[in-house]
Write a protein that binds this ligand. Structure first.
Ligand code: PLP
Length: 425
């Protein structure tokens, strides 16, 4: 039982290098966050050794008395957090939560209506080579060209025309709130189930800063590692007892074998922390940060470089930068920000003329920096740095100066200082 540094110096060194990368750069990938030490401690625990197929009190293995307590805590806490009557906390990821939810509601060949990937939807909402596109008949809806918002009249028209069995509301790259009540009205109109995938904005919902889809949807899925700030994983919620039963059997034994009880323990910790006042305050800073960045990127000096913001702003934790009119494409924008120490991802924007691997957009998120402690002043400085980097006169001298400003911000907000002794260089 040697420590990692001795047992496997290769993996140890890469973990140390990744820790240093996270500490010294500014993480602005909208789907990422920094899990608290308590979450990582639960995840890196002896619970990884335990088989526990089944559910608390109904397991197919002996010795489950402690994992039963832990899984029940996770279930009870997430139900309270989102006001749902039922929760399954076993999905290994967001994609598996969606697969299991659809497995519970659909038969292969049934029709689903989901936001097109090219317009901000997720792979699991019907992308051609994803399980969702292969198993189900997919009808995509899009945003409208005028305001770049989900076009509810179009959703209704497509629903009436195609009579989907499930309508999916949710997104990976969209900066506005969806109208869940309107989605439910349309679902009821055609006798469809409404499934909301709140993976991105679950933390905002938990903090009461975003409408809660649970009262409107037949089933809600989420990840636990984005705005929610927990371990990587998924959850399924519903208020309908008949759907709950189907969800449980579609997760296990339908999709998965043994649950990851170490991750479920980490989820339980994250749900506890998400109910605390600190969490709400952090989500408020997250939202303000995104607004500050959007406003800066809408200013005239940036517009002169052909840079804009999709839908003209944000209501959530991310900004979708529109580079369609810029000489800079998404790949170049991502590389430019990477060169000064800011990590984002390029992203297709609706009606993108460039191919997806290049794209004409950047998705910029604030959750990780808010977790790091950033407030309005720091987000204003980050916004200024990004705006300067995306302008046409960017050169090596500007790059050097911006990199120094990024490093200074990172230094002022130390990340995981307690880990330095565990992972010495
Ligand atoms: N749903 C949405 C809306 C997402 O954005 C994502 C991930 O980006 C997922 C589901 C999938 O989550 P995971 O990566 O944990 O499978």
């Amino acid at each position: 039982n040697q420590p990692l540094a001795v047992a496997d110096s290769d993996v140890h060194e890469s973990i140390v290098a990744e820790l240093r990368r996270q500490q010294s750069t500014l993480e602005m990938i909208a789907s990422e966050n920094f899990a608290p030490l308590a979450v990582m401690q639960a995840q890196g625990s002896v619970l990884t050794n335990k088989y526990a197929e089944g559910y608390p009190g109904r397991r197919y293995y002996g010795g489950c008395e402690h994992v039963d307590v832990i899984e029940q805590l996770a279930i009870d806490r997430v139900k309270t957090l989102f006001g749902s009557g039922f929760a399954n906390v076993q999905p290994h990821s967001g994609a598996q939560a969606n697969a299991a939810a659809m497995f519970a509601l659909l038969q292969p060949g049934d029709t689903i209506l989901g936001l097109s990937l090219a317009h901000g939807g997720h792979l699991t909402h019907g992308m051609k080579i994803n399980f969702s596109g292969r198993l189900y008949d997919v009808v995509p809806y899009e945003v409208s060209k005028e305001d770049m918002l989900v076009d509810m009249a179009e959703v209704e028209r497509l629903a009436l025309q195609h009579r989907p069995k499930v309508i999916i509301a949710g997104w990976s790259a969209y900066a506005r709130q969806l109208d869940f009540a309107e989605f439910r009205r349309i679902a009821d109109l055609v006798d469809a189930y409404l499934m909301v995938d709140m993976a991105h904005f679950a933390g905002l919902v938990a903090a009461g800063l975003h409408p809660n889809p649970v009262p409107h949807a037949h089933v809600v899925t989420t990840t636990t590692h984005k705005t929610l700030g927990g371990p990587r994983g998924g959850v399924i919620l519903t208020n309908d007892p008949a759907i709950a039963k189907k969800v449980n059997s579609s997760v296990f034994p339908g999709q998965q074998g043994g649950p990851l009880e170490h991750v479920i323990a980490a989820k339980a910790v994250a749900f506890k922390l998400a109910a605390e006042p600190d969490f709400r305050e952090r989500q408020q800073r997250t939202l303000r940060g995104a607004t500050i960045i959007a406003e800066r990127l809408l200013a005239d000096d940036v517009a002169a470089a052909g840079v804009s913001v999709v839908s003209g702003g944000t209501d959530v934790h991310l900004v979708l930068v529109d580079l369609r009119d810029s000489d800079l494409d998404g790949q170049q924008g991502e590389d430019r920000l990477h060169s000064i120490g800011i990590t984002v991802n390029r992203n297709a924007v609706p009606f993108d003329p460039r191919p997806p691997m290049v794209s004409s957009g950047l998705r910029i998120g604030t959750p990780a920096l808010a977790t790091r402690g950033f407030g309005d002043d720091e987000f204003a400085e980050v916004a200024e740095i990004i705006a300067t980097a995306l302008k046409a006169d960017f050169d090596e001298e500007i790059q050097h100066l911006l990199r120094k400003r990024v490093a200074a911000l990172a230094d002022r907000f130390p990340l995981y200082p307690d880990l330095d002794s565990l992972y010495p260089d």
